[in-house]
Design a protein around this ligand. Structure first.
Ligand SMILES: Nc1nc2c(ncn2[C@@H]2O[C@H](COP(=O)(O)OP(=O)(O)OP(=O)(O)O)[C@@H](O)[C@H]2O)c(=O)[nH]1
Ligand SMILES: [Mg+2]
Length: 343
C-alpha cells in the first residue's frame, strides 16, 4: 500500500518543477499557465537512514525502501469549480490522494507570468482554498440529493443530518479538516474523500531574493528551480557545490502530516525492507501490508526496535539476549519496529 500526495496550486507556481525534482521524470515545464493538462504520476523512495542501519546489521541481498506517490495536476484558477481554466475535472484527479501539497509562488520573474498579476501568497492560498471548498460543496450537494432519494431508515436520516452539518460549515468557507467530528462520524464520511478533509502542507517557492513572506500558515520555504537543478547533479557534484536540497525534508514532512510510521522486515535475512503504516495500527494489520496472508493467518510476531537491534549488532545476538519481544494480535506497531511475522 502506498500513500499519495496531490500537488496543487495556481498555474505557473512550480508544481511540475517540484514533481520533476522529486521523481526525476521528465515532464513539461514552461513559463506559461496550464502547461500541465494531463496529470503526472510518479513514485519517490522515502529517504531513511534507519533502513541503511538495519541493513548494515542484517546484510541482506536486497534493500527495499518504502515509497510515496506524487500526482502533479493542472493549475487551479479562481472559478475553477465553475469551469474556469481547465474546469474542475482535475480536482477529481486528486480525490484519491491522501494529502495535499500546495505550492505557493514567492519568486519574482518577469518571464513567468503570474496569473493574478502580483506575488501575494496569502491571497493565492485563499483562492485555492475557495476552489477546494467549492468542489467539496458540489460533492456534498450531489450526495445529499442521492441520500434524499433513499429509503429513510434511521441510519440514512442520521447521515443526512451529518452531511447537512458539514455543508453549513463548508458554506462558511471553513475546511472540513477543522470541523469537529467524532471517530464514528469520520469513518462515516471517509469514502467521500472530501478535498478539504485531507491534510495540507504548504510550500513557499521562493528564490531567496524576495525575502521570506509573512504568511500565517505552516509552510516549508524552498527554491524549486534550484531543487530541479540539484536533482540533475551527481552526489559528488552536489557535495562540491554545497547544494543543500530540502527534498528529503519535504518528503518526511509529507509522511508526518499523513500520520505515518515506518516499520521494517528482514525476511530471514534475505531482504531488508521498509514499510509504511498508519499510526495506531496493530501487528496483524501491519502484516496485511506485507502480505495478505499475514493478516488472516497472523499468530504472533517477534519485534525489536531498530536501535536495540543495532545495539545487539546481529539478529541472533538480539535473540540470545532475549531482546526480541513476542507480541500478539493486540500489539500496536511503533515507528522503527523491526518485525518478523509468525503465521
Ligand atoms: N525564477 C524562478 N522560476 C521558477 C521557479 N520555479 C519554477 N519556475 C519557472 O516557472 C515556470 C512554471 O513552472 P512549472 O513547474 O511548469 O509550473 P506549474 O505550476 O507546473 O504550471 P502549470 O502546469 O502551468 O500549472 C517554468 O518556467 C519554471 O522554470 C523558481 O523558483 N524561480
Ligand atoms: Mg505543471
Amino acid at each position: 500500500m502506498s500513500f499519495s500526495v496531490g500537488i496543487v496550486g495556481l498555474p505557473n507556481v512550480g508544481k511540475s518543477t517540484l514533481f520533476k525534482a522529486l521523481t526525476r521524470i521528465k515532464v513539461d515545464i514552461a513559463p506559461y499557465p496550464f502547461t500541465t493538462i494531463h496529470p503526472n504520476v510518479g513514485v519517490v523512495q522515502v529517504p531513511d537512514e534507519r533502513l541503511q542501519k538495519v541493513a548494515e546489521i542484517i546484510k541482506p541481498e536486497k534493500i527495499t525502501p518504502t515509497i510515496i506517490e506524487f500526482v502533479d495536476v493542472a493549475g487551479l484558477v479562481k472559478g475553477a469549480h465553475k469551469g474556469e481554466g481547465l474546469g474542475n475535472q482535475f480536482l477529481a484527479q486528486i480525490r484519491n490522494c491522501d494529502a495535499i501539497l500546495e505550492i505557493v509562488r514567492g519568486f519574482e520573474d518577469q518571464n513567468v507570468e503570474h496569473v493574478t498579476g502580483e506575488i501575494n501568497p496569502e491571497k493565492d492560498i485563499e483562492i485555492i482554498k475557495i476552489e477546494l471548498l467549492m468542489k467539496d460543496l458540489e460533492t456534498i450537494d450531489g450526495l445529499l440529493a442521492k441520500l434524499e432519494k433513499e429509503i429513510k431508515d434511521k441510519k440514512t436520516i442520521k447521515k443526512i443530518e451529518l452531511v447537512k452539518r458539514i455543508k453549513d460549515w463548508v458554506s462558511q468557507e471553513k475546511m472540513i479538516s477543522e470541523f469537529q467530528l467524532g471517530e464514528e462520524e469520520k469513518s462515516e464520511i471517509k469514502e467521500y474523500q472530501f478535498l478539504t478533509s485531507k491534510p495540507i502542507l504548504y510550500i513557499l517557492n521562493s528564490d531567496g531574493v524576495t525575502k521570506e513572506l509573512p504568511i500565517q500558515f505552516k509552510y516549508l520555504a524552498m527554491n524549486l528551480k534550484d531543487e530541479e537543478g540539484f536533482s540533475e547533479l551527481s552526489q559528488k557534484d552536489k557535495e562540491e557545490l554545497g547544494a543543500q536540497s530540502k527534498l528529503d525534508q519535504l518528503i518526511l514532512n509529507c509522511y508526518n502530516i499523513l500520520d505515518l510510521i515506518t516499520f521494517y522486515t528482514v525476511a530471514g535475512g534475505k531482504e531488508t525492507r521498509a514499510w509504511t503504516l498508519k499510526k495506531g495500527l496493530t501487528a496483524p494489520e501491519a502484516g496485511g501490508v506485507v502480505h495478505t496472508d499475514f493478516k488472516e493467518k497472523f499468530i504472533r510476531a517477534e519485534v525489536i526496535n531498530w536501535q536495540k537491534l543495532a545495539e545487539a549488532s546481529a539478529w541472533k545476538q538480539a535473540q540470545e539476549k532475549g531482546w526480541l519481544k513476542l507480541v500478539g494480535k493486540e500489539y500496536v506497531v511503533q515507528d522503527g519496529d523491526v518485525i518478523e511475522f509468525k503465521i
